[in-house]
Design a protein around this ligand. Structure first.
Ligand SMILES: O=P(O)(O)O[C@H]1O[C@H](CO)[C@@H](O)[C@H]1O
Ligand SMILES: [Mn+2]
Ligand SMILES: [Mn+2]
Length: 396
């Protein structure tokens, strides 16, 4: 019998060691989970992830996370074939749509024509216009923005155009309108940017600015059909929790929950678990990435994993026999690595259901994230355009 409800939780940026092609990205030696384990001061306790086999996925276990003997579910890894190592590439590839052509990046800032158009539309001057850390940029330019109303535009190693705006100076709705306009300028063919991201923040001065949960991602619309579209067309429920909805421009979803934080996201997962539905719930928990990975903060990263693990215990207890849970990540963001960008990593894959026939099996290292979507489609009797399903190994 197939699973009635499939839950995928993407732990944003929780990589499991340098990918085979990490050299092409300057990421040899990156290992998000390994370095969180070795840099965390104190004891990293992840009992639920451990039970599912998190350390079983590795040749060297994560410090503090015992190898489960036996694991409650099935475990493995996945490699990415997309050209980039951003959230969009990762999630799209999971849903059968890898991004094979690199999207535009701007190590020297955005071109003058784009900036001019933005300034004209917004009636505001653009400042910064270069790669920057999002927390540093508001620290360094936020007070200037408060005094002038200028737009803080910045980027990173990813294909992103980010606009930071103090909520009292540029109201969130205005910021969203500017981002929507920016989106129309970067849909290709000349310039194709993965995401325009609104980055609102609040606070009285540079030492007290904090970014708010009003962040919004305006993604490129999927350039083809995804597994989500197929599921929806088949009449199934397709539920987004967190930024998955933004990442697919809402395409393929039938219901959507916006997350304020990882814990809020887990509240939503529990709400969805309490709903009677038939289909797929696709959750992203972004705090690991935004608050700790890019900030190179292994302590915070470890704490966030522990907080997640605790809530995972509630999920496991609430799951029904015909529920399937798949836990994975979309890329790495090693807090023990140089720089402040994502890292090209293999990602962990944990599959669990209370009714799984075979447990403690290795699912191996999948050659594309699309194997995840292929598995979900096969579960619902649908055919994948891409990826090889591991449904046979995990069916109930
Ligand atoms: O430094 P902040 O603003 O968190 O931005 C980071 O967040 C973006 C999306 O994950 C990345 O491309 C990186 O630029
Ligand atoms: Mn991500
Ligand atoms: Mn990120």
């Amino acid at each position: 019998m197939s699973y009635k409800r499939v839950f995928t939780i993407v732990l944003d940026s929780v990589g499991n060691g340098a990918a085979p092609d990490a050299d092409k990205f300057g990421d040899v030696g990156a290992d998000t989970l390994g370095h969180v384990g070795s840099h965390y001061a104190g004891k990293l306790a992840l009992p639920n992830l451990a039970k599912l086999g998190l350390s079983n996925t590795r040749t060297t276990p994560i410090e503090g996370v015992a190898v489960a003997e036996p694991a409650l579910g099935n475990f493995g890894n996945m490699n990415e074939i997309s050209a980039g190592k951003d959230s969009m590439d990762g999630h799209w590839e999971m849903m059968g749509l890898p991004v094979m052509k690199p999207l535009s990046t701007f190590p020297d800032g955005f071109p003058a024509w784009l900036i001019e158009k933005l300034e004209t539309f917004a009636g505001r001057k653009v400042i910064v216009n270069k790669p920057y850390s999002g927390t540093d940029v508001i620290h360094d330019y936020g007070e200037h923005q408060m005094a002038t109303g200028d737009l803080i535009v910045y980027t990173s190693g990813d294909s992103v155009l980010q606009i930071a705006a103090h909520e009292d100076v540029i109201p969130v709705e205005e910021l969203y309108r500017i981002c929507e306009y920016a989106r129309t300028l970067v849909n290709g063919p000349e310039v194709t940017i993965g995401r325009v991201i609104a980055r609102p923040y609040v606070g009285p001065d540079k030492d007290h600015f904090t970014r708010t949960a009003n962040r919004r991602d305006f993604s490129l619309a999927p350039i083809g059909e995804t597994a989500l579209d197929e599921l929806k067309a088949a009449g199934l429920d397709v539920i987004a929790v967190g930024k998955t909805n933004d990442i697919f421009s809402g395409q393929g979803f039938t219901q959507n929950f916006h997350n304020e934080s990882n814990m809020d996201g887990m509240d939503h997962v529990m709400t969805v678990l309490g709903q009677d539905f038939h289909g797929f719930c696709f959750t992203n928990l972004v705090d690991f990435d935004a608050m700790y990975g890019h900030r190179r903060n292994p302590q915070g990263f470890g704490q966030a994993l522990m907080d997640f693990d605790q809530r995972l215990g509630e999920v496991l207890a609430a799951m029904k026999p015909d529920d399937l849970l798949l836990i994975t990540a979309d890329h790495g963001n090693d807090p023990g690595f140089t720089g402040s960008d994502h890292t090209r990593e293999t990602v962990p894959l944990l599959a669990y259901s209370p009714s799984m026939k075979e447990t403690n099996q290795s699912l191996g290292t999948r050659t594309t994230f699309s194997d995840l979507g292929a598995t979900i489609l096969e579960n619902f009797g649908l055919t994948a355009q891409r990826g090889s399903s591991f449904y046979d190994a995990i069916k109930n």
